[in-house]
Design a protein around this ligand. Structure first.
Ligand code: TRP
Length: 532
């Protein structure tokens, strides 16, 4: 680890715990606490959670390992990583480029102009840039996600302030909803809080890897866990809470749609911070003697734990108090104050909760900002401080547009019509557009390409060589030996076994992950129909 720092001049994590907490901090965020409960509510509960867990295990974990490996091997940001590993010419990327151009033409024929033009432009770019595009797209995705993520982070600050001013004591749905809608559609304060959130992100990333990001996460992640446990206890002891538990854990597959499966898959990417190279960037600061398999399992497990905890926190209260489970993005902001209303010192707890929500959002926001920063530092040779501040300013401006687009703002009326006309469907704002585009399309697409690239271009063999550093014989013992806990038993780990973690992972990266993502995509576009 030390050697790395001296030879490349790159800062590293202080060690295993630092990396795991920082990566878990990136993964655990608004995705778990705010987004997961409301999409679970909209998609029918238990069955959706099951599909989501499947997506995490089958697609999330292998790609998590893949991204960390790519990062540690190249010691670069995503764009630099792909620029370094892309071969001179690649038949697969030409093939993909041509496929996208054809898809674009087909979409235009079906009069889906927005998506059609997007596919055409993307296809042409794939042709020119080949795999380098995956890294560039990753940096761009990080940029876009942070712009609206920061707006929601700002809502958390706003709600903390409201709670402190004791403006959040409702015991029924109507006033809770009204307060939320009024709050988000009033642009000026929302932009102010969004600015504050961006400032905090910039401040932490400005301080660097160990002092900034690592320290912040080491404090925030454990604190978050404790306060969530307390909230869960309160929710569970409300009369009528059992309906909420049943909603989460009794799967009713008739409520699950194909759209729901896509949402589960794309959420798996979103919540694990995958598909755009955040984990490539974090992995690039990881020492050679750390165990990648072990770290990845920890990160994924912690993230899943927090998602389930969030559901346990929200749904018992939702049902006990007669809220709608399918309330949408406002769910968390409406339910939590109502729960706090019912306990002694309610406003105090509410302030604490929204501050912690803010921390969860911050520890994720900084990972997005770090990707953009690392790109500017590695590839454009900017000084780190300049890179952080300038990208912060530009992202703030884009985010301000997102914030305004949710309000009743004269100037945004036109854009809303254009967006709705181009991309069809329900009335969409700029905020919805960026959210939908990045999380439902760019992240799974990025994940698909990262898996294809590692499996078929860079090669599983080189990846496994990288993984072997620091993993002792983890990668190469027979799976049964590993499960039985006989990994270090001398009579069990001689020779070469066909069924090891290494081979299993290779098969997932080459076949299972790409096929799973492709099927989901084709289903969404409507070119494949598996529902009976
Ligand atoms: N995973 C975070 C969450 O659940 C959000 C996030 C941080 C993210 N970095 C990312 C999402 C990179 C996608 C890609 O809130």
């Amino acid at each position: 680890m030390k050697e790395n720092r001296e030879t490349t001049g790159r800062e590293n994590w202080s060690g295993r715990l630092g990396f795991i907490l920082a990566a878990a901090g990136s993964a655990i965020g608004l995705g778990n606490i705010w987004r997961f409960p409301y999409i679970t509510g909209e998609n029918g509960g238990g069955a959706f959670i099951l599909v989501y867990l499947l997506c995490v295990a089958i697609v999330g974990l292998p790609i998590m390992i893949c991204e960390i490996t790519l990062g540690r091997h190249t010691q670069r940001n995503p764009a630099g990583c792909f620029a370094m590993l892309t071969p001179k010419s690649s038949l697969l990327s030409h093939f993909l480029g041509a496929g996208m151009v054809l898809t674009g033409i087909a979409l235009l024929v079906f009069q889906s102009y927005g998506w059609g033009i997007a596919a055409l432009v993307l296809g042409a770019l794939v042709f020119r840039k080949s795999w380098r595009l995956v890294g560039i797209m990753g940096v761009l995705t990080g940029f876009l996600i942070l712009s609206y993520y920061s707006v929601v982070g700002g809502w958390a600050i706003g709600y903390a302030v409201k709670a402190a001013a004791n403006q959040l004591s409702f015991d029924s749905m109507e006033p809770a909803k009204e307060t939320f809608v009024n709050f988000v559609s009033n642009p000026l304060p929302v932009i102010g809080f969004h600015l504050l959130f961006m400032l905090l992100c910039v401040l932490i990333v400005y301080k660097g890897i160990q002092k900034g990001i690592e320290t912040a996460c080491k404090i925030m992640v454990p604190l978050l866990f404790i306060i969530m446990l307390m909230l869960i206890l309160r929710g569970l002891t409300l009369p009528g809470a059992d309906a909420g538990i049943r909603f989460c854990f009794t799967p009713d597959f008739s409520k699950l749609t194909a759209q729901g499966v896509l949402i589960a898959l794309s959420h798996a990417f979103f919540t694990l911070s995958l598909g755009m190279g955040a984990m490539i960037t974090y992995g690039s600061y990881l020492g050679k003697d750390e165990n990648i398999f072990g770290a990845a399992v920890w990160i994924v497990a912690l993230d899943t734990l927090f998602a389930i905890l969030a559901c346990l926190m929200i749904f018992p209260a939702v049902f006990a108090m007669g809220f709608e489970a399918s309330e949408g993005p406002g769910l968390l902001f409406q339910v939590v104050p109502a729960v706090f209303h019912k306990i002694p010192f309610g406003p105090l707890w509410a302030v604490l909760f929204f501050l912690l929500l803010l921390m969860a959002a911050l520890s994720s926001g900084i990972s997005l900002l770090e990707v953009v920063t690392a790109y500017l530092v590695d590839e454009r040779k900017w000084p780190r401080h300049q890179a952080v501040v300038l990208s912060g300013i530009v992202i703030f401006q884009l985010g301000a547009l997102c914030a305004v687009s949710l309000g009743d703002w004269e100037a945004m009326r036109g854009t809303e019509k254009i967006i709705t006309a181009c991309f069809g469907g329900a009335k969409a704002s700029f905020f919805d557009l960026i959210d939908n585009l990045t999380s439902n399309w760019m992240l799974p697409l990025g994940g698909l390409f990262i898996a294809l690239f590692t499996g078929w271009i860079w090669g599983v063999r080189k990846a496994i060589e990288e993984i072997r550093h620091g993993s002792k014989n983890f990668a190469d013992v027979h799976l049964l030996t590993l499960m039985a806990g006989l990994k270090d038993d001398p009579s069990h780990n001689g020779g070469t076994h066909p069924l090891t973690l290494a081979t299993l992972w290779g098969i997932f990266i080459r076949f299972v992950c790409p096929v799973a993502i492709l099927i989901t995509f084709l289903h969404t576009i409507g070119w494949l129909n598996l529902t009976p």
